[in-house]
Design a protein around this ligand. Structure first.
Ligand SMILES: [Zn+2]
Length: 220
């Protein structure tokens, strides 16, 4: 049995899912620190330790007092690409991360919710906008952030929209007006690039892909 102190960085290569990229970890440990760090057992309050339980192959937060193994799994981020004629609705973020940058309306899926309901709720919360949901458009794995981002095509139902509490402003953009240098996240940029390319080609197709960690560019 391998044992680690909580918080130790233990990179684990996952042979079944490296998609042929041997120089690339397909599994990251510990998760992004913003991804619910854990010190105490939520069942009994005892300090948890990180180790690989018997029969498992990944480190978990384990409570030796009550025996609970606290599994953590990726979070779903669900959003929409709201269209109005030849324009797309974007929101400028009022919260970190990426405060001040533009995003499609999107956010964490809630327990008990469907993906479609999440896309409509996030669009309502962030842009006070009502949409008719279209087809699934992009599904992008972001393993270093422990997230999966899903975007649906959508039609804005009216022009009665405005910033919710998590947005500084909300606006419609034509393709040549998109603030490409001020887009909040790579999954948004990729989704918009596909969208405009597909629109030009006259056929939209659902896409899935992976976003891998990109170290900051060297300043030297
Ligand atoms: Zn416990």
């Amino acid at each position: 049995m391998v044992e680690f102190a909580a918080g130790d960085a233990v990179p684990i290569a996952h042979p079944g899912s490296d998609r042929g990229c041997s120089n690339r970890l397909a599994y990251y440990w510990p998760p992004n620190p913003s991804h619910s760090p854990m010190n105490f057992c939520s069942q009994c309050g005892t300090t948890v330790i990180v180790r690989i339980p018997p029969g498992d192959d990944k480190p978990r937060h384990v409570c030796d007092n009550c025996g609970t193994i606290h599994y953590k799994n990726p979070l779903m981020v669900i959003g929409a690409i709201p269209e109005w004629e030849d324009r797309i609705l974007l929101c400028r973020r009022a919260i970190e991360p990426r405060l001040g940058f533009w995003t499609l309306p999107a956010g964490f899926m809630e327990l008990g919710e469907t993906t479609g309901a999440a896309a409509m709720r996030e669009t309502l919360e962030e842009a006070n906008a009502r949409i008719e949901l279209g087809s699934l458009y992009t599904m992008l794995s972001v393993p270093h952030a422990n997230q999966v981002h899903i975007f649906y095509r959508a039609q804005l139902l009216d022009l009665d929209f405005g910033p919710g509490t998590e947005s500084l402003e909300v606006a419609l953009f034509r393709e040549d007006e998109i603030p490409w240098d001020e887009i909040a996240f790579r999954t948004i940029t990729i989704t918009l690039e596909h969208f405009f390319a597909d629109r030009k080609a006259g056929a939209y197709q659902t896409r899935s892909g992976d976003i891998h960690f990109k170290p900051p560019a060297s300043k030297t």
